[in-house]
Design a protein around this ligand. Structure first.
Ligand code: ZN
Ligand code: ZN
Length: 761
């Protein structure tokens, strides 16, 4: 695997330099894969066969044929790679049904409008205008077109929000669609995880319930990036069983060179490295000079602007200023027309490099490029692989990962082989999260009375939850059915699919008056307190005022060079113990806890060096929420033999941070989705205890996965800490950018000692 390739490529000089000075941590090759074909089945509808022929398709890849067979038989999920012709896997069976039955209808769900537009274009390109009439139904669909879409279109492309807010509550207007609904396609299914996924799982159950009410049981066809648990995800999302998994990829792929790249160390003592952004800019400039078409993915819009600027400066420095015009940042908010122009410029080679946020991974139609550079770990191996999948043109490609200073990034650089071979993460969701389930039961009751027949679709807890809704006065029970107390209500309007609790604050841009989004109450104080710098969809805002009574945060766009970190006091109270086991010298528990937070102050920190500017006091009341958590009590034996007890609290705290940092390796989540607390004497356990909890009210299963894989969590944390070269702890090991105690106290060596003792047991 580690063969070094010496033939000349546009990136040969770049990689040579990296090999020499050690920045190229690891290189690997993904071999060329020859295509495996299968014939187009005879019994496919003749019109569809003709459409394929017109599109120049005279045979299928094996996975497309396999998916077609599977979809004819039952629910199916496809997980082949980027650019493997995955769409055809669900298009063939769907279009076959629509061609054969003039009354049949299909719904396609996409997480973004851009993706729905791309798919709609692809469907139109098949030229099946007589039989297939696709239409997009989303927030942008003009009111006067909506009625026509409902009446005429037989393939409706929409998104979960529109389904939840617009279609399901108004199902009587859609009666014709639901009564003939043959297929539901859920593309990019891996996006539906965590809080969002838990909501979408409820929306899909509501969809099944309404379809049942109109006498149909649509076939569900899902497509997803590679994840560890595709069938489990499909079942949790839809509530259906017996999914067939199609994963063997028959599409050809280019020989791809993979490079893991770590910026050079600039300060040995502090083990600080050159910024990943500067390193990436230099790399992109080099690729542009060599004429390689490249795409560069980065997390925030600010970083996109910065890298674009740096690339241009690099090019001007070497007298290649005219090339600077062929590098462009890709900003969200482009119109479809602007997107098309940019995509066309890139595929024609007029544009050589595009710098973009990783959100774009989901919605650019550019085919393949020479190089794909991902700057800092995008959060999941699955999405990194998707970005890398863009690299490969004319038989070869370069896929780069430039590591940042964050704990996971540096952990990967020390374990490159493991990183390249690691199985992708599991996508976790919990549709029965109490708050989320309750909210959707109300929506469901609005769509039709809840009754005993709903058990199969809405799950075994539906009745208990419905009775709870009666007790709080939202539902009333009449003759064995549950209906809304106020029939004129419109519960879906109060449920945001992106927050776990209906109880949320609005974020309002005071300059434009625009409502940017919402933040859960449980998080409002920590993320949108007065003076906070708040990142929303890659853009920075400064909070001018958090109005607790009006439940909104007033913000203005922010261009300064600092960020904020809140200081807070957290308490956890164990409410229910659900599971417990002894392992590694600790008593490990899983259950629900009540988390009490009080934000006391916040620090302003300078970028890029993180120097503290000042500490500003805040006057905010306590907040509380109940959620899932794992916790463990460290036994005395582990702390025997001269463990320096004065370091105990700092050690537990550092362990907690390290474990939170590596938890995303086993459950797809962001470290911002998880909270922690460590104490050397918890009120209820009476001893040294570490809590790790789901950061969203009710929890969505992340810490349950942590409980299951606790031993891995401990081992990964142990390696994270002991292998970092810093002396006393740094952002690449035990310091956390979200610590409510501002990273005080932390004892790196003490943590290493306790973890070593646990691992040895
Ligand atoms: Zn360190
Ligand atoms: Zn902390």
């Amino acid at each position: 695997m580690a063969v070094t390739e010496r033939t000349t490529q546009p990136w040969s000089a770049l990689l040579d330099a990296g090999r020499q000075d050690g920045r190229l941590v690891r290189e690997a090759f993904e071999g060329e894969r020859a295509p495996e074909f299968a014939p187009i089945p005879h019994d496919l509808h003749p019109a569809l066969k003709a459409g394929l022929q017109r599109a120049g398709i005279d045979q299928l890849y094996v996975h497309q044929a396999e998916a077609l067979e599977a979809a004819w038989a039952g629910p199916t999920i496809v997980t082949t790679g980027t650019a493997s012709g995955k769409s055809l896997c669900f298009n063939l069976p769907t279009l076959d049904v629509l061609c054969s039955d003039a009354k049949a209808r299909a719904i396609y769900l996409y997480p973004t409008k851009a993706l729905a537009q791309d798919q709609c274009r692809a469907l139109n390109a098949l030229g099946l205008g007589k039989q297939i009439r696709p239409a997009i139904y989303d927030g942008d669909t003009r009111r006067e077109d909506r009625l026509a879409t409902r009446r005429r279109s037989n393939l409706i492309l929409t998104n979960p929000d529109m389904l939840h807010l617009g279609i399901l509550p108004n199902h009587t207007q859609w009666a014709n669609v639901f009564a003939n609904l043959a297929t539901v396609v859920v593309d990019e299914a891996h996006v539906y995880r965590g809080v969002f996924g838990s909501h979408v799982a409820n929306v899909l159950r509501r969809l099944r319930r309404i379809a049942n009410a109109y006498g149909t049981e649509p076939r569900f066809l899902l497509a997803s990036a590679t994840i560890a648990n595709p069938v489990e995800l499909a079942e949790r999302l839809t509530g259906l069983e017996d999914f067939t998994l199609v994963e063997r990829d028959g599409s050809p792929s280019a020989r791809r060179q993979i490079a893991m790249w770590n910026p050079p160390i600039t300060d040995e003592a502090l083990s600080t490295r050159r910024s990943a952004l500067a390193e990436a800019a230099e790399m992109i400039a080099g690729l542009v000079r060599e004429g390689a078409r490249s795409i560069c993915f980065i997390k925030s819009r600010k970083a996109v602007e910065l890298v674009s600027k740096l690339v241009r400066m690099e090019l001007e420095k070497t007298g290649d200023g005219e090339l600077a015009a062929r590098v462009a940042p890709y900003r969200a908010g482009y119109t479809p027309q602007q997107r098309r122009e940019l995509e066309a410029a890139l595929s024609a080679g007029d544009l050589l490099a595009v710098i973009t946020t990783d959100a774009l991974e989901l919605g650019i139609d550019i085919g393949s490029l020479d190089a794909a550079v991902c700057v800092t770990f995008p959060g999941t191996v699955a999405s990194l692989r998707q970005m890398w999948g863009r690299a490969g043109r004319r038989g070869r490609g370069l896929a780069v990962y430039v590591a940042g200073e964050d704990a996971l990034d540096q952990f990967f650089c020390r374990h490159p082989d493991e990183f390249l071979e690691r199985p992708v993460e599991s996508a976790i969701l919990d549709y029965e999260n109490e708050q989320i389930h309750l909210a959707h039961l109300l929506c469901a009751a609005h769509e039709g009375p809840l009754g005993e027949g709903d058990r199969d679709v809405l799950g075994p807890r539906w009745r208990a939850h419905a009775e709870h809704l009666v007790s709080v006065g939202d539902l009333v029970e009449r003759r064995g059915e549950f209906v809304l107390r106020q029939q004129e209500g419109y519960p879906a309007a109060k449920v945001s699919l992106r927050s776990a609790s209906p109880d949320s604050f609005q974020i309002v841009d005071t300059l434009s008056g625009e409502m940017l989004g919402t933040v859960e109450s449980a998080r409002a104080h920590t993320t949108t307190h007065d003076g906070a710098i708040y990142l929303h969809q890659g853009r920075s805002y400064e909070v001018k005022e958090l109005d607790l009574d009006a439940r909104r945060a007033l913000v203005v766009p922010f261009t300064g060079n600092y960020y904020t970190q809140p200081k807070k006091e957290t308490d956890t109270w164990i409410e229910r113990l659900l599971d417990r086991r002894e392992t590694m010298g600790v008593t490990l528990s899983f259950g629900t806890v009540c988390v009490t937070d009080q934000v006391l102050a916040y620090q302003r920190k300078q970028l890029p060096d993180h120097d503290v500017i000042d500490l500003q006091a805040l006057d905010l009341p306590q907040t509380q929420f109940t959620t899932q958590a794992l916790w463990y009590e460290v036994h005395d034996e582990v702390l025997a033999d001269d463990f320096p007890m004065e370091l105990l609290l700092g050690s537990l705290h550092a362990m907690e941070h390290a474990q939170i940092a590596v938890l995303p390796l086993i459950a797809m989540c962001d470290r911002w989705d998880i909270g922690g607390l460590s104490t050397n004497a918890h009120l209820q356990t009476g001893g040294p205890t570490i809590f790790i909890y789901d950061g969203h009210p009710g929890g969505v299963g992340i810490t349950r996965q942590g409980f299951r894989c606790f031993e891995t969590l401990v081992q990964d944390a142990y390696r994270l800490i002991t292998e970092c070269r810093c002396e006393k702890g740094c952002p690449s090991c035990v310091q956390s950018p979200k610590c409510g105690n501002l990273n005080e106290p932390l004892a790196k060596n003490g943590a290493a000692e306790v973890l070593a003792r646990m691992v040895e047991r």
